[in-house]
Unconditional design. Structure first.
Ligand code: SF4
Length: 223
């Protein structure tokens, strides 16, 4: 007879055989696919319905799909990246492809399933040639991201790369100095780390991201 193992038992076993695995508890009610809005707030679906028709900036003219965001509407942990690439534009989902697989590996290493976090970008439409979004494009799109954050109420935000850090927090900080150092966004702790696409090109720095994810896990366990 097969017996279903609890997440705690799996985590304990993985640690015993030398796999550095940290279990992070989920938020209560996080399993609901479409939870009701927090009191006085709009839902992600309300925001999505507006964004799919958005023509606020010139990026709308080159998109195949609006890449709104993906994940748990009650996520404790939210990731913010830069903008969709070619594959994300094609599939309509952020962080697919090689960089997405690397991000998923980091998330799972701290004991969270990818579908239990929320992932979004600074801009929802693909900048041509995978360039960084222009300041005016980011400014046009940022209100949507701020509304997503209010709808989700994550306990922690992790920014991926300098573009996400600079636009979300409105600073010019260098990612090499900012990473691993907690910031604040309206009372929400924000931890900057590198973008997975950067780590794909600079694999020797992955240990820094692993250390940053350990900080995320510690904070979630103590929350
Ligand atoms: S990038 Fe954002 S602001 Fe620009 S068209 Fe797309 S959804 Fe609208």
């Amino acid at each position: 007879m097969t017996k279903r193992l609890s997440r705690n038992m799996v985590a304990a076993y993985l640690r015993e055989i030398g796999i550095d695995y940290v279990l992070v508890p989920a938020r209560r009610g996080a399993e609901a696919a479409n939870p009701p809005a927090w009191e006085g707030e709009e839902t992600l679906e309300d925001i999505r319905n507006e964004v799919v028709a958005c023509r606020r900036c010139p990026l709308c003219s080159g998109r195949t799909n609006v890449v709104f965001g993906v994940g748990n509407p009650r996520a404790r942990l939210m990731f913010v990246g830069e903008g969709p690439g070619a594959e994300e534009d094609r599939q309509g989902e952020p962080f697919v492809g090689a960089a997405g697989r690397l991000l998923t590996k980091w998330i799972e290493r701290i004991g969270i399933a990818r579908q239990d976090v929320y992932i979004a970008n600074i801009v929802k439409c693909r900048p041509p040639g995978n360039r960084a979004p222009l300041p005016e494009e980011a400014a046009a799109c940022l209100p949507y991201l701020r509304r997503q954050i209010r709808a989700i109420r994550p306990e922690i935000i992790c920014t991926l790369g300098a573009v996400a850090l600079n636009h979300l927090l409105g600073n010019n900080d260098r990612i090499t100095r900012a990473r691993g150092n907690w910031r604040d966004l309206d009372g929400i702790p924000v931890l900057p780390t590198y973008h997975p696409a950067y780590i794909l090109r600079n694999a020797t720095r992955e240990h820094e991201v692993v250390a940053d994810f350990d900080l995320l896990a510690q904070r979630l366990r103590s929350g």
